[in-house]
Design a protein around this ligand. Structure first.
Ligand code: PLP
Length: 438
């Protein structure tokens, strides 16, 4: 289809919504079109009642087909939709995100899963993307300008780090890398042109929890946008928007889909920001196929159940490892000497299923342990039903030297374990046998 000119997306038809965001982010004040929740149709399941996460996960967003009464959203495997009077009116009003026109712009399967994500994250609006990286790149390009500045951290997913270091800088954004748990250094990194703070709520692979509430307050006071990647926790453990973050991003590839059978991403927040990211997504092209949306929507229905089991299993395994003589150190918010005091307030619903630990014998010992474990697969990625295990030294952080790794806290012998939903007794027995043979 013919692309609509970008300027029309934000054409002003309605009242201006006052915003307290920075002069550095002038365009926010130009996002003046009146905004409704969604996009959604009258047939998407929606409730404004306060419901539990399991109920939301099962029902929210589901498209109830008025013609057949199908239980479950049908798959709209179509690229394009009949133009009608409504379509032309939407073009006229600049509200084309709200009606199905073309599947890169919007599709009922995208809307169903987006509405479920919005309900889970307590967001006004969400977009799904073809990967977590599509969500991150679209959001960061959309919410910063050439000449702007982003404060972020070394404790980042590798793809995000590379995008910040290479592409964002290439596109004229300045980037500062600081510790995500050191408020002073974050504050000191702020410049007159700072626009965005970007952090992972629970970081890879050392499971650092950021001081979310303090960062959100700081962002508000300094008129910055706080964007967080909540992939390691999922909205079952924590809903960052409730603490004042402006935008929450997921690699849905991980816990949200949870079955290691698709790659997807999402961004959720107030519609003002999400609409802006949507126009960026239209240009970069990272929209999610209807069939993948359908798989993701179905798998999301068990998110609360799955997370409960991931959390319980992780806590059991941390307990077992804590007293094991061949384990030197464990990284998980449930350990007694966890160094980030703000985590207690944030993680009352659990800390997900990721556990990292150092085994005696350094990287050789860790390699040996992997060869002895029988249940977890040796693979990168995380958040699936099945347990996965990998070593940062020969995967995510292999481009660094041992001493560079030590500088960022990755000591030899570090193992990253994505704890699945198997029986914890089996996982523990497997670890026990493997550690005994080390
Ligand atoms: C995997 C991951 C990403 C990237 O997501 P993809 O779906 O692989 O593009 C981003 N952030 C975190 C924290 C991740 O674990």
């Amino acid at each position: 289809m013919q692309e609509q000119r970008s300027a029309n997306q934000f054409s002003s038809k309605a009242t201006s919504d006052r915003t307290n965001v920075s002069e550095n982010i002038q365009w926010v004040n130009q996002l003046t079109r009146s905004r409704r929740p969604g996009p959604r149709t009258p047939h998407n399941w929606y409730s404004d009642k306060l419901l539990g996460a399991s109920t939301i996960a099962v029902h929210a967003g589901g498209y109830e087909d008025p013609t057949t009464g199908a239980v479950g959203t049908p798959i709209f495997q179509t690229t394009t939709f009949h133009m009608s009077g409504d379509t032309y009116e939407a073009f006229e009003e600049g509200s084309i995100r709200d009606i199905p026109i073309y599947s890169r712009y919007g599709n009922p399967n995208q809307w169903a899963v987006q509405e479920k994500l919005s309900a889970l994250e307590k967001a006004e609006s969400s977009i799904v993307f073809s990967s977590g990286m599509a969500a991150i790149s679209s959001a960061l390009i959309a919410l910063t300008n050439r000449g702007g500045h982003v404060v972020t951290s070394f404790d980042l997913y590798g793809g995000t780090y590379n995008f910040m270091r290479e592409d964002m800088q290439q596109m004229g954004r300045e980037i500062s890398f600081v510790s995500p748990v050191d408020l002073d250094s974050i504050q000191n990194a702020i410049q007159p042109n700072t626009q965005v703070l970007f952090f992972e709520v629970l970081s890879n692979p050392l499971l650092k929890t950021i001081p979310l509430r303090q960062l959100a307050n700081f962002a508000r006071e300094n008129k910055l946008l706080l964007i967080v990647d909540n992939t390691f926790l999922s909205p079952i453990c924590l809903q960052p928007l409730n603490y004042g973050a402006h935008l929450v991003i997921h690699s849905c590839t991980k816990y949200l889909n949870g079955h290691s059978n698709l790659v997807a991403g999402s961004a959720s927040g107030s519609r003002k920001y999400v609409d802006r990211i949507w126009t960026q997504m239209l240009k970069l092209g990272g929209s999610l196929d209807p069939h993948a949306c359908s798989i993701l929507e179905n798998n999301l229905k068990t998110l609360a159940l799955r997370m409960k089991r991931h959390i319980e299993n992780a806590e059991q395994i941390v307990k077992f490892l804590s007293s094991h003589p061949k384990i030197c150190r464990i990284y998980h918010p449930s350990v007694e000497d966890y160094p980030y005091p703000w985590a207690e307030e944030l993680l009352t619903n659990g800390a997900g299923g990721m556990v990292s630990f150092n085994v005696k014998g350094g990287d050789e010992g860790a390699l040996k342990l992997l060869s002895l474990l029988q249940i977890p697969r040796i693979a990168t990625s995380l958040g699936g039903l099945e347990s996965l295990v990998s070593l940062p030294f020969n995967t995510s952080h292999s481009s660094l030297t041992t001493s560079q790794r030590m500088n960022i806290g990755i000591e030899p012998g570090l193992v990253r374990y994505s704890i699945g939903i198997e029986d914890s007794a089996d996982l523990i027995l497997d670890l026990d046998r493997a550690l005994d043979s080390l």
